[in-house]
Design a protein. Structure first.
Length: 163
């Protein structure tokens, strides 16, 4: 089985929880490369619970997708709790969703522009009266395995908060 087949049951549970609440989520994928969004979009009728999002993979993409002033990032580096929370808030607000989710990390096999160690990921989810993060350290340089692990970490966080 492929990654999306493996993640589909979890996406179904997240979708059911959001639908039951009448709420929608927006996602800023980072080192996951869009796998968080792709997982959620395996659920038929995703428009009921998914507002949209994007892959925040460069400073330009970050600036366009999140529309936050540069000063908002002062003193921050990627793959930290504060950075992931800022991005989760930013995508939620930008797309007018009830919930925002973001992942920031370094999948590996190349040097991260901010010096983040390969295998580090921080997922964040923000919503009505809730802000949570989940840090994952795989200690691996296996890019594909890290992308999959980072996606699972983010979906585990969302499921834990929403379900």
């Amino acid at each position: 089985m492929g990654t999306l087949n493996d993640l589909h049951p979890q996406a179904l549970r997240i979708a059911a929880a959001l639908r039951a609440r009448g709420q929608k989520i927006a996602v800023a994928d980072g080192a996951t490369g869009g796998l968080i969004m792709a997982s959620l979009l395996t659920v038929p009728g995703a428009l009921d619970f998914f507002k949209g999002g994007g892959v925040v993979y460069s400073f330009k993409a970050r600036n366009v997708l999140l529309d936050l002033p540069r000063e908002a990032y002062d003193g921050m580096t990627s793959a930290t709790e504060d950075y992931a929370l800022l991005q989760a808030r930013g995508i939620r607000d930008r797309l007018g969703a009830s919930w925002g989710m973001a992942e920031s990390g370094s999948a590996g096999s190349s040097e991260h522009p901010m010096g983040v160690a390969s295998g580090r990921s921080v997922a964040a989810i923000v919503g009505p009266d809730v802000e949570r993060v989940a840090v994952l350290e795989t200690d691996s340089d296996d890019r594909i395995a890290n992308m999959e692990a980072f996606t699972r970490n983010a979906l585990d966080l969302a499921e834990g908060v929403l379900c």
